[in-house]
Design a protein around this ligand. Structure first.
Ligand code: NAP
Ligand code: ZN
Ligand code: ZN
Length: 351
């Protein structure tokens, strides 16, 4: 297939820093949208993948799955997008569209496995897909989202993964008025979980290992903030919460959070610690509690989330960086030293 060479930022091996590389984008297909990438967020999943935490990273890898930009070309069958409009892509760029999950709008659970925006088998070009740390993106229009023009574009980019990953379980487990919701870990996902759960009407308590974030939590909208390393503070929340969203990226003790649930409450894991987490039998049996998981969200729900965020004026708190600061950003992300999401100005790749 004819291809177009574009600039990107990626790495060829697990122990190598990211650097400027060239990649190929496919020739525009009848249903494809091509857009110039303006901003791309940095998710902890990008960090897990470049470190090969899950053991399935294909190198060279170009990360980035919180992608926003402006449409430059559309295929002749495309009706949903016009040249010059805003466009966004999150994690999913293809799925079978035949299975029950796809029919239910749950493309993230496609029985044939969805194609992800990076590090996923590329059915057009072979090899793997390359993500948003690049100049342009090409993708079937069905998987491209409309970004409301009212949102700050750089600060909206993290909604494409962090936003939908917390919106979907908050909605599924009915976070809303009368519900006491806990948010565990205040990083990219966690700080958006605070804003979205508040906008849904829930009472929000955050649990953080960082004293500076305890102080910042109320500014983000939380009703209460707890330093999770302080056993006395933790004890006062025993049996108090209906639902906890756990965004922690590393191994941690899940049982101490199950203890904070009321009967019939749920801890939902969205964080992806590479090591297994141990759940004590009594921590779920007593109180009929659930320990669940959730993975991003479907395409229609992602659009719904973007529209919800526009209505409630929700975007991420970001540190905007140039592409040559990416390696430093990953080092800081690993340490939890970002308030609260790095976003790359992708136009800096042109320099
Ligand atoms: P992040 O910005 O790095 O935030 C993670 C937060 O977890 C940190 O800021 C820190 O918060 C807390 N934390 C980190 N290490 C910890 C430890 N050892 N013990 C206790 N708390 C710790 O990461 P993110 O981008 O929000 O992503 C979070 C996780 O979700 C990652 O594993 C990512 O891969 C995963 N993820 C999953 C999905 C999905 O669909 N399921 C989608 C996107 C991301 P405090 O400083 O407040 O303690
Ligand atoms: Zn992500
Ligand atoms: Zn499917």
């Amino acid at each position: 297939m004819e291809t177009k060479t574009v600039k990107a930022y990626g790495t060829k091996a697990v122990d190598k820093p990211l650097e400027k590389i060239n990649i190929e984008r496919r020739a525009l297909q009848p249903h494809d949208v091509e857009f110039d990438i303006l901003y791309c967020g940095i998710c902890h999943s990008d960090l897990h993948q470049i470190k090969n935490d899950f053991g399935h990273t294909a190198f060279p890898i170009v990360p980035g799955h919180e992608i926003v930009g402006r449409v430059t070309r559309v295929g002749n069958q495309v009706t949903r997008f016009k040249v010059g409009e805003l466009a966004a892509v999150g994690c999913i760029i293809d799925s079978c569209q035949k299975c029950d999950s796809c029919h239910e709008g749950l493309e993230q659970f496609c029985e044939q496995f969805p194609t992800f925006s990076f590090n996923s088998p590329d059915k057009y070009l072979g090899g793997v897909t390359f993500g948003g740390f690049s100049e342009t993106y090409v993708c079937e229009d069905k998987y491209v989202l409309h970004v409301p023009e009212s949102l700050d574009l750089a600060a909206a980019a993290p909604l494409l993964c962090a936003g939908i990953t917390v919106y979907s379980p908050l909605k599924h487990w009915n976070a809303g008025p009368g519900k006491k919701v806990g948010v565990l870990g205040i990083g990219g996902l966690g700080h958006l979980a605070i804003k979205i759960a508040k906008a849904m009407g829930a009472e929000v308590t955050v649990f953080t290992t960082s004293q500076s974030k305890v102080e910042d939590a109320k500014r983000l909208g939380a009703d209460h903030a707890v330093l999770s390393t302080d056993a006395e503070q933790m004890k006062t929340y025993t049996g108090k919460l209906n639902f906890i969203i756990d965004t922690v990226s590393a191994k941690h003790d899940i049982n101490s959070y199950l203890n904070l649930l009321k009967h019939d409450g749920t801890v939902v894991l969205v964080g992806l610690p590479p090591e297994p987490l141990q759940v004590g039998a009594f921590n779920v049996v007593v109180g009929r509690k659930s320990f669940a998981g959730s993975n991003i969200g479907g395409i229609a729900e992602t659009q719904e989330m973007l529209d919800f965020c526009a209505e409630h004026n929700i975007t991420a708190d970001i540190e905007l960086i140039n592409v040559d600061q990416v390696n430093e950003a990953f080092v800081r992300l690993e340490k939890g030293d970002v308030k609260y999401r790095f976003v790359i100005d992708m136009t800096s790749l042109k320099n």
